[in-house]
Design a protein around this ligand. Structure first.
Ligand code: ADP
Ligand code: ZN
Length: 663
C-alpha cells in the first residue's frame, strides 16, 4: 500500500502516516504540503517521504489525506535535513521546525503571475578599493572559488567600506554560478541595501522580511527555486530560503540580538548560517564594527578568519565622542544640555544634518501623582505605563495595553501629575519649539506603522528634505548619510545597568554604532553623549573607539563568572496567574533538574529560582531558573524536563537555549 509520511507543526516529535484517496491518486506527493485529519481537527503538514510498500498492521487503520496544497515540491533535501537539525538543537519537533522554515501561511496565489521585472542599469563603483578592502575581498573570493567552507569575521570600523566587500563577494558568488543571502538586523535598513543591490545586480535580487505579503513571498520562494532570483536581502527569516546553490551568506551587524529568535524554536540565525554553509560548501561572512564577544573569541580561537578593516575610507578621522555629565546639571526645561543644544544649532546653521537618539518611545516613561507619588502602573504587568501625547493615552510597552489618561489618581483622587523623564515625542516637541523652521523626522515604533516609512525616512534624509533624524535604536545602525555631522545621544544610561551579563556590551555597541552614523563623507563628525555615568568602562572604551581593550576586559569577566563563550546557558521561565503557584512550581522544576544533574553527574550549575526582571507580564507572574553548562548536557536535561515532568495545564513553561538576555 502507498502511504505518505507527514510531519505536523505540533509539539510531538514523530511522523504520521496517511493513505491517498482515489481522487488524488494521480498527484505527486513528495515534499508537498498537505491538509490532513488529526484527531478531530484538520491540520496542514509536510510530506517528508512517500512509502510505496507500506505494511499495514492490522489494528491501526490509517486515515487519508484531505488535499494537497502545493503543485510543486516546496521542500528540498537540505530543508528536511535542516529541520531535523533544528529539532535536535533547539528542542522543537520536526514539524514545528518546518513550519518555521517554510511557513504554512505561504499562500499559493490563484493565478501565478511572474515577479515584475524592471530594466535596471547596472552600475559599478567609481573608486578604487582600499588595501584592507582588497585583502578581505581576495580572501573571501578564494574561499568561494575553491568551494571552501570558511567563516570570516570582518571587524571593520564604521565607514570602513564593509558594504563594498559584501558586494564584491556576492559578485564572485554570482560569477561562479552560486546564490547569496544577505542579512540585516532590522527592516529599517532594507531600503538602503535593496537600493544598493538593485543598482549593482539588477533584477536577480529580492527583498524578504515580515512586511512582505504572503503572496509576494510565495512568488519569491518560487523564483528562488527556479533560479530567477539569485540574491536575497532580508531580515533573519531569509536565512531559510531554499536556494539550491548557495555560495555565500552575509550577516551584517552580526552582534545584533535580533538575529536570535526569542520564541520557539529559539534559533540563532548565525548558527543556521554556519549549518547551511557547511551543507553547501559555502562561505559565511559576519561583519560588524563591534563584533559580539562570542564571535570575536571564535576568531581568536581560529574558528573564524578575522579580517580587520581598522580605518575609515581615506583614513578619515573617527568622529570625536564627548561625554556630557548630567550629574551636576539642574533639571532643565529642555531635554538637551547647553552644549548639546549649541552643537545642534551650529550644525543646522551650517546646513548639515543631525541624528538624535533616545531609546524610548512615547512622551515620558512614567507619570506620577503630584500628591501621593503613585506611579501609574499597568494592571497586568509590573511596569509603569508610558505617557503618549499624540494621541494622548497611557500605554504599557510590554503587553501593549492602552488606557485613557487618568483624570484622577487611582490612589488619592488628585488630578495633577508630574511627567517624569523623557522619550522621543518629548524630544520632538522640544525640537519643534527650539527650531520651528527645521524639519524633524521621528522614527520609532509609533511612526513606523507601515513598512513604507523606512523608504520615506531613507529617501527623506538622503535628499535632505529633513535636517534632523530623531529616533530609537532604529536610527543607530547601518545608515550611510553623507551630510550628517552631529550625533546626539540624549540618554546613554537606558541600557547600562540592566541586570544582564550583556548590558555593558550592548551599551558599548550602541554608542559605537550610533557614533558611526556621522562624519562618513567630506564633513567632519562629532558625537555628544549625555550620561550620569561618564566613568562607566563601556562608555569610556566606546569614547576611545577601543574595541580590543573593551573585549579584553569583557572576556575576562565572562571567563571569571563563567558566561558564554565559556559555557552555554539555558533559561527556563515559569508563568502562572498566581504568584505563589508560579514560585512553587519553579521550585519543583529546580529540584527535578537538580536531581537529574546529580544522577547523571553532569557539570551543570543551576541558579534560581528568581523572579524575572519583569516579574509580572500579561497578568502572569514569572520566575526563572538559569542553567550553565555545555549544550549537549543541557539539552539532555531539558528534554527530560519536557518529557518526564508532568505539568499542571495552567502552568506555562518556556525553555530557551542560549537566550539573548537573562532578563
Ligand atoms: P561600513 O559599512 O563599513 O560602515 P560603508 O560600506 O557604508 O561603510 O562605506 C562608507 C562609504 O564609503 C559609502 O558611502 C561607500 O560608498 C564609500 N566607499 C566604500 N569603499 C570606498 C572606496 N574604496 N573609496 C571611496 N569610497 C568608498
Ligand atoms: Zn502591561
Amino acid at each position: 500500500m502507498k502511504v505518505v509520511e507527514v510531519v505536523l507543526p505540533v509539539p510531538l516529535n514523530k511522523s504520521f502516516y496517511y493513505t491517498i484517496p482515489d481522487k488524488l491518486k494521480d498527484k505527486e506527493f513528495k515534499y508537498r504540503r498537505v491538509t490532513v485529519p488529526f484527531g478531530n481537527r484538520t491540520l496542514d503538514g509536510y510530506i517528508v517521504s512517500v512509502i510505496e510498500n507500506y505494511e499495514q498492521s492490522d489494528n491501526i487503520k490509517l486515515k487519508a489525506i484531505n488535499s494537497i496544497i502545493d503543485e510543486v515540491e516546496i521542500l528540498t533535501d537540505e530543508v528536511v535535513e535542516l529541520a531535523k537539525w533544528l529539532s535536535d538543537t533547539y528542542l522543537c519537533s520536526i514539524g514545528e521546525a518546518l513550519a518555521t522554515i517554510v511557513p504554512i501561511s505561504l499562500k499559493v496565489p490563484k493565478r501565478t503571475s511572474k515577479i515584475k521585472k524592471s530594466k535596471i542599469k547596472i552600475v559599478n563603483p567609481n573608486f578604487d578599493m582600499t588595501d584592507y578592502q582588497k585583502n578581505a575581498i581576495e580572501q573571501i573570493e578564494n574561499a568561494i572559488k575553491n568551494k571552501k567552507n570558511e567563516t570570516f569575521l570582518i571587524h571593520g570600523v564604521t565607514g570602513s567600506g564593509k558594504t563594498e566587500v559584501y558586494l564584491k563577494s556576492i559578485q564572485t558568488a554570482i560569477d561562479n554560478n552560486k546564490s547569496a543571502i544577505f542579512l540585516l538586523p532590522e527592516i529599517s535598513l532594507t531600503p538602503q541595501f535593496i537600493s544598493i543591490l538593485n543598482k549593482r545586480f539588477g533584477n536577480i535580487v529580492a527583498l524578504w522580511h515580515s512586511g512582505v505579503t504572503t503572496i509576494q513571498k510565495y512568488k519569491i520562494f518560487n523564483a528562488i527555486q527556479n533560479g530567477e532570483i539569485k540574491i536575497v536581502v532580508g531580515t533573519r527569516s531569509a536565512i531559510f530560503l531554499p536556494f539550491k546553490n548557495l555560495g555565500i551568506i552575509i550577516i551584517d551587524e552580526e552582534h545584533e540580538n535580533t538575529y536570535k529568535q526569542n520564541n520557539k524554536p529559539s534559533y540563532d540565525t548565525k548558527e543556521i548560517a554556519l549549518w547551511r554553509a557547511k551543507y553547501n560548501n559555502a562561505v559565511v561572512v559576519f561583519g560588524s564594527a563591534t563584533p559580539s564577544i562570542e564571535s570575536y573569541y571564535a576568531a581568536k580561537e581560529n574558528k573564524y578568519k578575522l579580517l580587520e578593516m581598522p580605518y575609515r575610507i581615506d583614513k578619515k578621522d573617527m568622529p570625536s565622542i564627548k561625554m556630557i555629565s548630567l550629574n551636576n546639571v539642574k533639571p532643565s526645561v529642555s531635554v538637551f544640555s547647553k552644549p548639546m543644544l549649541q552643537a545642534i544649532k551650529r550644525a543646522l546653521a551650517r546646513r548639515e544634518q543631525v541624528i538624535i537618539f533616545l531609546n524610548r518611545r512615547g512622551f515620558s516613561p512614567s507619570i506620577i501623582c503630584d500628591k501621593c507619588d503613585t506611579v501609574i502602573q499597568c494592571q497586568d504587568c509590573s511596569v509603569a505605563m508610558v505617557y503618549h501625547k499624540h494621541p494622548e493615552h497611557l500605554e504599557c510597552h510590554y503587553c501593549g495595553k492602552q488606557i485613557k489618561f487618568p483624570h484622577k489618581c487611582p490612589n488619592c483622587g488628585n488630578d495633577k501629575y508630574r511627567i517624569i523623564g523623557m522619550a522621543t515625542q518629548r524630544v520632538e516637541e522640544d525640537l519643534n519649539k527650539l527650531f520651528p523652521h527645521t524639519k524633524v523626522f521621528r522614527l520609532d515604533r509609533d511612526t513606523a506603522t507601515s513598512k513604507q516609512i523606512y523608504t520615506e525616512v531613507y529617501e527623506g534624509i538622503k535628499n535632505e528634505e529633513y535636517s534632523i533624524l530623531l529616533g530609537t535604536q532604529m536610527v543607530t545602525k547601518g545608515f550611510d548619510f553623507p551630510r550628517v555631522s552631529l550625533v546626539c545621544v540624549v540618554d546613554a544610561d537606558t541600557s547600562l545597568y540592566l541586570p544582564d551579563f550583556r548590558s555593558s556590551e550592548r551599551t558599548f555597541q550602541l554608542i559605537t554604532q550610533v557614533a558611526g552614523r556621522c562624519g562618513r563623507a567630506e564633513i567632519k563628525g562629532k558625537v555628544l553623549v549625555q550620561t550620569k555615568h561618564p566613568e562607566n568602562y563601556a562608555l569610556m572604551f566606546a569614547q576611545q573607539y577601543d574595541y580590543k581593550k573593551f573585549y579584553e576586559q569583557e572576556i575576562e569577566f565572562r571567563r571569571d563568572l563563567s558566561y558564554p563563550p565559556f559555557c552555554n546557558i539555558a533559561k527556563i521561565t515559569v508563568r502562572n496567574k498566581d504568584n505563589k503557584k508560579s514560585f512553587e512550581f519553579t521550585e519543583k522544576v529546580y529540584k527535578f533538574i537538580e536531581e537529574k544533574i546529580n544522577e547523571l553527574n553532569y557539570p551543570i550549575s543551576i541558579l534560581g529560582p528568581s523572579q524575572s526582571y519583569i516579574s509580572k507580564l500579561n497578568g502572569t507572574y514569572r520566575w526563572q531558573i538559569i542553567l550553565k553548562g555545555n549544550r549537549k548536557y543541557l539539552k539532555e536535561v531539558l528534554e527530560k524536563v519536557s518529557v518526564e515532568l508532568k505539568l499542571p495545564f495552567e502552568i506555562f513553561i518556556n525553555i530557551e537555549l542560549d537566550p539573548s538576555d537573562l532578563l
